[in-house]
Write a protein that binds this ligand. Structure first.
Ligand code: C2E
Ligand code: MG
Ligand code: MG
Length: 493
């Protein structure tokens, strides 16, 4: 200050000063040196402005920039600063992992539309309270978007992290009572684990966000980011797009796997199994692509195509080989939920001049869980057409006996799980129980995934009606299946 005044004749700047009442305050001071007529120093003039108000305003601006108005939690910009500081501090500490969790409230918009923005604010405050309840001091919580939060954790062991995640889920999953109604929040988390050496915060945030988006797609509560997740994610998005064009590009076809009567050893029909040979991805297993097609709705036109293609073949084989030929077609729960399957099946049977007896539909328990009343009506009408209904993969889900009875199934398919390891890893008890139980309810039983002679013997001894599996034949192309049919009939003669 003095140097400026002596050299330049003036100084300007902010200084802290004390009022008479001892209160410290900020002022903007200008000091000008005054000279007399001969150029000699005669005094100084000081002009100051009290900056208290301005400082207060600046602080407010800083608050608005760095803190969320509703929750007073740090925003992403401040969160980044806090994380950087924590990483720096941590440098000298022990070698523990750090975690960044990206958390979203998935049903934010649904709840907001029904409750209105005001109530939604209350709900967010309650969510924050519950998140804070799940935490201790080592954690920094920030609100990064209206429905998104970031949680930074340092100095946690993996077991502590798991406990923390469970706490969050338990606390969040309890209903919130608003206007005497229970409202449930649904959250998904993506977790990125990192070490103190990693300083590219944007990449850490991106990884946590990506893991969360992936968890959302997979319908998991949380997923840890792993190497290769990005590639997996991109592949899924590409597959999602490709699946919308499989019909147009003629990339799908059917395989047929014979179903054999255990008493006569004769083929009674076949299960139509969907295959995708993609120009971009090569052959993709239905176990990988059907869940994607179910999510994006492509399963509806694809399923319609499967039904028609299978019935077209059934018509031909029935005419050419034997009258009782029956084709089994898998129907996805999505087709049941979003279309009128009764009308679809009725029209397809008419188109290919078939009676309902030539068709069996395979459904899993997933179909029966929601909207039971409507599904029951649809299935009842489908059965009236003569179409048989088989419960696929029995034993893997709820395996509900009441479903078997209530929905009037004709057949139960024992899942491969209970057959494949017999006799080494599986003593057959579950298969035996399923056979006895189904037959006592008057249902036919078919065992899936039968691969060995020993398994056939076991199933025959336990009066299983039919089998399907590699022992007789893997799924075949239409012409290979026809060859097998011809051979089977010749043997009969
Ligand atoms: P699923 O309906 O339980 O079909 C049986 C699966 O077991 C088929 O797999 C078949 O190839 C396989 N398999 C049959 N015998 C054996 C065996 O002896 N050993 C072994 N290891 N496997 C055997 P795939 O063709 O990969 O189909 C998997 C699942 O994809 C099917 O299970 C079904 O849930 C679904 N799927 C297939 N086609 C369609 C379709 O057209 N529509 C719908 N919605 N789902 C389909
Ligand atoms: Mg099936
Ligand atoms: Mg099955």
């Amino acid at each position: 200050m003095w140097r400026d005044i002596i050299d330049l004749g003036r100084w300007q700047g902010e200084i802290w000063d004390r009022r008479k009442g001892n209160e410290v305050y900020l002022k903007f001071l200008t000091i000008i040196s005054v000279k007399d007529d001969y150029g000699a120093q005669s005094g100084y003039v000081g002009i100051f402005e009290d900056l208290t108000d301005l400082k207060y305003k600046e602080e407010s601006i800083d608050k608005l920039q760095n803190y969320d108005i509703l929750t007073a939690l740090p925003k992403i910009s401040l969160m980044k600063k806090l994380i950087s500081e924590a990483i720096e501090k941590n440098l000298t500490k022990c070698n523990l992992k750090m975690y960044l969790i990206s958390l979203s409230i998935d049903n934010y918009n649904d709840i907001k539309d029904s409750l209105g923005l005001r109530k939604m604010d209350d709900l967010i405050m309650e969510a924050v309270k519950r998140l804070e309840k799940s935490m201790d001091k080592k954690i920094v919580l920030s609100r990064t978007d209206k429905d998104e939060f970031m949680i930074f954790i340092s100095n946690f062991k993996e077991s502590e992290l798991k406990k923390f995640i469970n706490n969050v889920l338990n606390n969040i999953n309890r209903p919130v009572i608003i206007d005497k109604e229970s409202v449930y929040l649904k959250v998904t988390m993506g977790i990125c684990t990192f070490f103190k050496g990693e300083r590219d915060l944007n990449s850490i945030i991106e990884k946590a966000n990506m893991a969360r988006t992936y968890a959302l797609q997979e319908q998991c509560s949380y997923i840890f980011y792993k190497e290769g997740l990005r590639e997996k994610f991109i592949r899924k998005i590409k597959m999602d797009n490709a699946l919308r064009n499989v019909l147009k590009n003629k990339e799908i076809y059917l395989n047929y796997q014979p179903q054999v009567d255990l008493k006569t050893n004769k083929i009674i029909g076949a299960e139509a199994l969907l295959r995708w040979k993609s120009y971009e991805f090569g052959r993709v297993s239905p176990e990988n692509f059907i869940p994607i097609a179910e999510k994006n709705g492509a399963i509806i036109p694809i399923g319609q195509w499967v039904l028609e293609e299978a019935l077209k073949k059934a018509n031909a084989w029935k005419k050419q080989y034997f009258e009782n030929f029956c084709i089994a077609v898998n129907i996805s729960p999505i087709q049941f939920k979003n279309t009128n399957m009764f009308e679809t099946i009725k029209k397809a049977l008419e188109k290919y001049d078939l009676s309902g007896e030539s068709l069996e539909i395979e459904i899993t328990e997933g179909v029966l869980i929601d909207n039971i009343k409507d599904i029951k009506i649809q299935l009842g009408k489908i059965k009236k057409l003569g179409v048989k209904i088989a419960m696929d993969d029995f034993g893997t889900g709820y395996s509900s006996l009441s479903y078997l009875r209530k929905f009037n199934f004709d057949k139960v398919k024992i899942d491969r799980e209970f057959v494949k390891d017999y006799p080494e890893g599986e003593d057959g008890t579950i298969a035996k129980i399923i056979i006895n139980l189904s037959q006592s309810l008057g249902l036919k039983v078919i065992a899936e995934g039968v691969e060995t002679e020993e398994q056939i013997k076991f199933l025959r001894n336990n009066f299983c009606d039919q089998i399907q599996g590699y022992y007789y034949s893997p799924p075949l192309s239409d012409w290979e299946f026809e060859k097998l049919l011809r051979k089977n009939i010749m043997e009969e003669i």
